[in-house]
Design a protein around this ligand. Structure first.
Ligand code: GLV
Ligand code: MN
Ligand code: MN
Length: 411
């Protein structure tokens, strides 16, 4: 009989991790905070219980490596992230990491010897909710971001990534390679659930651009300053918010633009806001349109500042280009999904993932399972136990093929 994921064990592990950082209805394991450390410690404890060698690199990525018989071959890596946004659900990231752990537990339990090593990864700061850029761990791992630059990123209180890595004890120096990468993730959107499909075979990830911007005008008295003499930074940011929506609609082809943060200064009811800090997130699948959208958004931000007679500053913090995954790996995921007689559709990812960056250094693919009602990045994020187990079984079969048989997608 073929190996099968232990659904109770996987679900129990997920729910246990979901208690770490619980804050009311949601979870708060913002990158490198105390709860994130607690989650890391729990995970490394589980890896140790399986007798795995634990490696931590310079950006705090954690890898549990189960050796294969062929030491010259780089490992088949599976994973995702354990950090969350604020008020998060329990599945985003944790499902991918803990499915990897479940696969290793199963291989140990059944005494399966693999030729390639299997490495389970938990990447640092995938979310980018506290430190930018997001997907920081996988960017450093793949050489697309210098560790020194990532270390210097600071949160809203000026605390740096390096300070926090040191404080929580996850500033390592190990160096690891990956031969293949697979990531199981909840879809975080409505497609699979609304179509009643069990698995998403992910062939690519859309591009994502982030900016931090600030409009600066003039704070003044709300009662005495006539409208035509105001330099209201919040008014400009509000116009920008509306025009971003129009811009995304005009660009079309699924383009989305979001102003997720907006902080007026001085934030007092009877003062015309002299400053407004805002963030912009723009995403698009098609490479050319993604590039065009980036230029259009940056131009719009400048144009609105000019129209309102304001100064502005603008910093692009993320430019994650759209990627298409290795066709051989996508085929592998599709064939294993078929073998399991699961319904599936081939699709893109709307959310950013570590797989996006891993695909730059090794053959990579992703498996999606449905998010109930398409909810994610909120406490209501849910995926059925059966769907999590289905996805983990697809992942298991892919890992077995890549680590035991070298006939496919080998570099
Ligand atoms: C990461 O989760 C993102 O897509 O924003
Ligand atoms: Mn995620
Ligand atoms: Mn997320």
């Amino acid at each position: 009989m073929k190996l099968q994921i232990d659904g109770d064990r996987l679900w129990g592990t997920l729910m246990e991790m979901g208690q770490v950082g619980r804050d009311g209805d949601g979870v708060n394991r913002l990158a490198l905070n105390d709860a994130n450390k607690e989650g890391r410690d729990l995970f490394t404890g589980w890896l140790r219980d399986e007798g795995l060698e634990i490696q931590v690199d310079r950006i705090g990525n954690i890898f549990g490596v189960r050796e294969g018989t062929d030491r010259d071959e780089p490992p088949v890596m599976v994973g995702s992230h354990l950090d969350t946004v604020r008020e998060a659900g329990v599945f985003d990231g944790a499902l991918g990491v803990l499915s990897g752990l479940e696969i290793v537990r199963l291989l140990n339990q059944e005494d399966v010897e693999t030729r390639r090593a299997v490495a389970v990864a938990a990447f640092t700061n995938e979310e980018g909710a506290r430190f930018q850029p997001d997907m920081m761990g996988s960017m450093v791992f793949t050489g697309l971001l210098d560790a020194e630059k990532a270390w210097a990123a600071s949160d809203d209180d000026g605390v740096t990534v390096k300070d926090e890595l040191q404080r929580i004890g996850y500033l390592g120096h190990d160096e690891l390679d990956a031969g293949h990468y697979l990531e199981l993730h909840v879809e975080q959107g409505p497609v699979l659930h609304s179509e009643g499909v069990e698995v998403g075979v992910v062939e690519g990830v859309q591009g994502m651009a982030w900016w931090d911007g600030e409009y600066t005008g003039e704070a003044n008295h709300a009662g005495t300053t006539p409208l035509h003499l105001r330099r209201d930074a919040l008014l400009a940011a509000s116009e920008l918010c509306l025009r971003l929506r129009e811009t995304a609609e005009r660009l079309g082809e699924g383009s989305v633009a979001t102003m997720g943060r907006l902080h007026p200064r001085p934030d007092i009811r009877n003062v015309v806001p002299g400053g407004a800090f805002f963030t912009v997130d723009f995403r698009q699948y098609k490479r050319e349109l993604y590039e065009e959208g980036q230029e259009t958004v940056a131009e719009l931000i400048r144009d609105v500042a000019e129209r309102h007679g304001l100064e502005h500053s603008l910093t692009q913090t993320v430019d994650a280009k759209p990627v298409m995954f290795d066709p051989g790996m996508v085929d592998l995921v599709e064939s294993k999904t078929k073998e399991l007689r699961l319904s599936y559709r081939v699709m893109h990812s709307g959310a950013g993932h570590d797989a996006q960056f891993m695909s730059h250094i090794c053959p990579t693919a992703m498996v999606f399972v449905p998010s109930i009602g398409g909810r994610s990045h909120c406490p209501e994020e849910r995926t059925l136990r059966a769907d999590c187990v289905n996805g983990a079984n697809v992942l298991l079969r892919c890992v077995l093929e890549l680590s035991t048989g070298f006939n496919r997608t080998s570099q």
